[in-house]
Design a protein around this ligand. Structure first.
Ligand code: NAP
Length: 341
């Protein structure tokens, strides 16, 4: 059973929660950050008692430096780091190249270090986007068609990264246990003001910067469950997870339902949460001028319901409800002074 785990992207929302759970379980953790001078003090202050059980390495997804050192002495890797920006980049390669090259770099260095378990943080974005003949319900067997014109750069980056890492493992490391965790949008408590893109959605609903909800929806899963799934995938018997693909979703919600849930669950924080829907024609009208609206255009009215039951059963999870997750997100945003309370 793995005793020392490399978690890439320790500064991130999911990476941080995973490190938290691994340290709590008594594991040794290596983590990569892009800049140790900037990030190590922040990580040390989050886990002041970790001492030598947490080692921080500088390694960028686009550069070989530091990866061999980060992998050395580890039994397993959770490759979490990948770009996940709020804004849609002008050039899709800004996301695709680091996601793809980073996944390949991480798995190659892991293999070279003799590591035989590799858990990739992929995404439901690699499963449930593009047209797919109007399909509304998705499972682990579905793949986002990257050539479809409606597929956004982020979804392309996650799909391509998962495919190349899987294919590389099959071709080059038959003894390695490879699997992916594919969460929908991740919510739950935040620990600081460095917000993941998914959390920005709740923040914007609460602070009034989304005055009307576009007619679109997203799946909800809690960060604590996403980290638990990684821990389970790192520790489970090889035959349980080998080649696995583990989609995670507690519930698919329309943005108007998310806004309504926040108004009901945290009325004292949700006074500005929108009650009105944004007409589809307005989204389409703004699409040529606002990149985010352009991405939304093809999502209007689309159900993208991802089945997380296979994952819950295989990895032994009971998902935190979407409502609880949204409530906890909102309360933690207020506790950290990120939204007004
Ligand atoms: P996050 O908080 O933005 O974390 C992203 C992490 O990736 C950060 O540690 C970031 O480092 C690192 N990173 C980005 N570009 C890098 C590069 N070129 N070199 C090295 N590190 C780099 O996002 P998150 O929500 O935790 O996401 C973590 C993973 O989960 C990603 O793979 C994402 O695609 C996946 N995921 C997220 C969600 C969600 O809703 N949050 C859903 C499904 C899948 P810096 O701190 O230096 O930027």
């Amino acid at each position: 059973m793995a005793g020392t785990i490399l978690v890439t992207g320790g500064t991130g929302y999911i990476g941080g929660e995973l490190i938290d759970q691994l340290l709590a379980a008594g594991k040794m953790v290596h983590t990569t950050v892009r800049n140790t001078a900037k990030s190590e003090p922040r990580l040390r202050s989050r886990w002041p008692d970790a001492g030598g059980r947490l080692k921080v390495f500088q390694a960028d997804l686009e550069n070989d430096a530091g990866w061999a050192e980060a992998c050395s002495g580890c039994d397993a890797v959770a490759h979490v780091a990948s770009p996940f920006p709020l804004a849609v980049p002008k050039n899709e390669d800004d996301l695709i190249v680091p996601a793809r090259e980073g996944a390949l770099r991480a798995i190659k260095f892991a293999h070279a270090a003799g590591i035989d378990r590799f858990v990739l943080t992929s995404s439901a974005a690699a499963i449930a986007y593009g047209d797919q003949d109007g399909k509304e319900h998705f499972t682990k067997d579905d793949w986002t068609p990257v050539d479809h014109p409606s597929v956004a750069p982020y979804a392309k980056s996650k799909t391509i990264a998962e495919r190349v890492a899987r294919d590389w493992a099959t071709a080059n490391a038959p003894g390695m246990v490879f699997c992916s965790i594919n969460p929908v949008a991740v919510f739950g408590p935040v620990v600081n003001d460095d917000l993941s893109t998914s959390i920005e959605i709740v923040k914007k609903l609460l602070d009034g910067s989304i005055p009307m909800t576009p007619n679109m929806g997203i799946g909800v899963i809690d960060v604590r469950d996403v980290a638990k799934a990684h821990v389970a995938a790192l520790m489970a018997p090889a035959e349980t997870v080998r080649d696995g693909r583990f989609p995670m979703q507690a519930k698919f919600l329309w943005l108007r339902e998310m806004s309504q849930a926040l108004r009901t669950l945290v009325p004292e924080l949700a006074g500005k949460a929108p009650t009105k829907g944004m007409p589809n024609f307005l989204v389409k009208l703004l699409a040529p001028f606002v990149a985010e609206m352009n991405t939304m255009k093809s999502e209007l009215g689309r159900t993208r319901d991802v089945d997380g039951t296979h994952t819950a059963q295989t990895l032994g999870l009971t998902y935190i409800t979407a409502e609880q997750s949204l409530e906890d997100t909102a309360r933690s945003l207020a506790e950290h002074g990120i939204i007004e309370s």
